[in-house]
Design a protein. Structure first.
Length: 212
């Protein structure tokens, strides 16, 4: 079953994600100018991930910014944070106010085209703590974003289209109960930047797998 995400639609029952989608969180000009700035000033790199016993290029570029010492590990990668830029600090402040929570780091992903995507995973690494709140800001080309339940069979899938300037807030229970993904697409799509703001607790962790 596919349940289409609607503006302001909150899935809050115990067997569905506690998710809020806010299209137009940033106005068009603000979103476009932020996209241009991040595209050219962020220190993008090509992560190599250890998946199913081998090293592969991740199908996207990435960057990790945050408070000093907020190291983030996944799929064999150890990400040491780069210092906050003025633009990232301003967005962080805005999202902290909106979400009523504190973030000390942000993972940025650059999807160059439809060949780039992100496989099914949960943001459940131990350094994110139990039940993290994650705020996800999208800029550039719209992409589909899917949720599927980790245990329920048959699985129902919730589909959102994350638009330029939109915010998706994933609250308590979402990472515990659901996986999410950004599927690759044959449709022509513009480059997209996604920022997921997180709260890293302490340092170091084991290394949970992420499927691409
Ligand atoms: O690009 C997105 O919308 C999702 C990114 C994501 O799930 C992640 O960085 O963990
Ligand atoms: Mn994620």
């Amino acid at each position: 079953m596919i349940v289409k995400g609607r503006p302001g639609f909150a899935m809050v029952s115990s067997d569905s994600p506690q998710v809020r989608y806010c299209p137009g969180f940033l106005d068009l000009n603000e979103a476009s100018s932020l996209f241009e700035t991040l595209n050219t000033t962020i220190q993008w790199h090509q992560p190599r991930l250890f998946i199913y016993g081998r090293w592969v290029d991740s199908p996207r570029l990435a960057a990790w910014y945050g408070d000093p010492g907020k190291t983030y590990r996944y799929s064999g990668l150890v990400n040491e944070p780069l210092p906050w830029t003025a633009e990232l600090s301003a967005v962080r402040k805005n999202l902290e106010r909106y979400c009523g929570t504190v973030f000390n780091s942000v993972l940025l992903n650059l999807y160059r085209d439809g060949e780039d995507g992100m496989g099914w995973h949960s943001d459940d690494e131990p350094e994110l703590g139990v039940d993290p709140v994650i705020a996800s800001l999208s800029l550039g080309g719209s992409r589909r974003f899917l949720f599927k339940h980790r245990r329920h069979k048959p699985t129902s899938t919730h589909a959102f289209t994350l638009e330029h300037g939109s915010l998706l807030v994933m609250r308590e229970g979402v990472q515990r109960d659901w996986r999410h993904s950004v599927p690759k697409t044959r449709r022509p799509v513009s480059p997209r930047i996604n920022l997921t703001f997180r709260q890293v607790i302490g340092n170091g962790s084991p290394d949970p797998a992420r499927s691409g």
